[in-house]
Design a binder for this molecule. Structure first.
Ligand code: COI
Length: 452
């Protein structure tokens, strides 16, 4: 049964009208609830920079911690209200798609809970508040697969630009809310001396590592990727047995460090390396040697650049006859045909009802590989259990990269590869490579994306 809030969303309504009252007797309540929503949605989000988050958290005392709690308490409902309004403005055919009403309901419930949460005035109240926020963070773990499922299914009914801009706002805003919530919880744990929960190792303020070592994060991602099951899926969905993983060579300015959220950097690097490894294995099946993947770190004055180069067949590898590569960041099937594929929709459907949802840290992803539930598996023709590929890694990486003003670009290099013939030699299908360019701003002075 959908709640009243979700029913509001799923009832037919005239274009440009937002208030629809599902039952006569609940009209007054809905009117009141929507008034509240209007009130919050009319406020502007108080966007922050990474530097502000570090500076504020660096010298913590009781008063500052309580102020931080109240900022989260009052800021999150504003950000959620903006996204609820976005969902309400979608055409009816979109909001009836599987997954969308579930997200709406989760957001509505979180909005109401935050709105009603009383001001925090003491450390013990703050601890309770952190428990409350931690509970919501868990409850919202399935938002991404639900949203991706719903919007992928809506693809035939929405223009690609509209679909991608709604999805982008939903995802940026979600990252922003989780950053604020997780940062405050980490500040509290540090302040309260809950050592077992503290981030260990490198210096940090809340969830931000003040001198994040890029080479170390890359090495960690490589190590975690090598712990994966010993096969990958090819473009036809069949498994390729992995005898050895491609070598990853890291060069450039190896001692680069900068203030950043480690989970965000590692999510992106992990995803890019995962794709490069898979592409290399597919393009070089049966070859006695795999060409290495090269990761180059560059520390510019204002930014940190990471280039990941492979010789795995390039961006056209799965469809060599196509001349325009799919937009891998897009959720529209017109820009990326895989969005409506049966296996992808099935994988999203499983993830959207699993308790774990989709986790944002690489450790959680590895954990999921090792503990994926039987009903989420697909059996290949040769009897191997295949993990679901839900196809949100690259769009999410793009969102993580741009959240504080960075960028992510993928470039296909035709004719670049270990097995490429000489320019005048015969053409081969996999004679190409891909370069991924990640750029993250170093000074932390950019505000969070406008869409929060
Ligand atoms: C989300 O994960 O979508 C959130 O909005 C989290 C927030 C309620 C703490």
């Amino acid at each position: 049964m959908l709640s009243n809030a979700a029913q509001t969303l799923t009832r037919p309504r005239p274009v440009h009208r937002i208030l629809v009252f599902p039952r006569h007797e609940s009209t007054a309540r809905h009117f009141y609830q929507n008034r509240q929503l209007e009130l919050y949605a009319s406020k502007e989000a108080q966007r922050l920079t990474l530097r502000q988050l570090v500076f504020y958290g660096r010298h913590m005392n009781e008063e500052r911690l309580i102020k931080s709690a109240n900022y989260v308490r009052t800021e999150l409902p504003v950000r959620i209200a903006h996204r609820l309004r976005d969902l309400q403005a979608l055409p009816y055919v979109v909001v009836t798609q599987e997954g969308v009403a579930r997200v709406y309901e989760l957001y509505w419930s979180a909005f109401e809970k935050f709105r009603r949460y009383p001001p925090i005035t003491s450390l013990s109240e703050n601890e309770k508040f952190c428990e409350f926020v931690g509970g919501l963070l868990n409850e919202h773990a399935t938002v991404i697969p639900n949203l991706s499922l719903g919007l992928s299914l809506s693809s035939p009914y929405l223009a690609p630009e509209q679909l991608d801009s709604v999805m982008r706002r939903m995802l940026i805003s979600r990252i922003s809310r989780r950053v604020l919530a997780e940062h405050h919880i980490a500040l509290t744990e540090n302040f309260m001396g809950q050592r077992e929960k503290q981030l260990i190792g490198e210096p940090h303020v809340g969830i931000i590592y003040t001198g994040l070592k890029v080479k170390k994060s890359i090495a960690r991602c490589v190590e975690l990727l090598r712990q994966r099951p010993t096969w990958v899926e090819d473009f036809q969905g069949e498994e390729i047995h992995v005898r050895h993983w491609p070598e990853v060579i890291v060069d450039g300015q190896l001692d680069t460090q900068f203030p950043y959220i480690k989970e965000h950097l590692e999510y992106i690097v992990f995803e890019l390396l995962k794709n490069s490894m898979r592409a290399t294995l597919i393009a070089h099946q049966g070859d006695s040697q795999l060409p290495p993947i090269r990761v180059t770190i560059a520390a510019g004055e204002n930014d940190v650049g990471i280039r990941i180069s492979d010789q795995g067949g390039g961006l056209f590898a799965s469809e060599p006859q196509i001349k325009e590569p799919a937009d891998l960041f897009s959720f529209s099937h017109l820009r990326n045909a895989t969005r409506m594929e049966h296996s992808r929709i099935g994988a999203l459907r499983s993830a959207s009802i699993s308790e774990e949802g989709v986790r944002a840290t690489v450790d959680e992803q590895v954990h999921r590989w090792n503990h994926v539930r039987p009903h989420e598996m697909r059996i290949s023709k040769t009897g191997i259990e295949i993990h679901p590929r839900i196809g949100i890694g690259l769009p999410m990486s793009n969102i993580f990269a741009t959240y504080f003003g960075g960028s992510l670009e993928l470039v296909s290099l035709d004719g670049w590869g270990a097995t490429c013939p000489k320019p005048d030699g015969p053409k081969t299908d996999n004679c190409a490579g891909t370069d991924a360019y990640l750029r993250l701003l170093k000074l932390g002075t950019n505000l969070e994306g406008i869409e929060v």
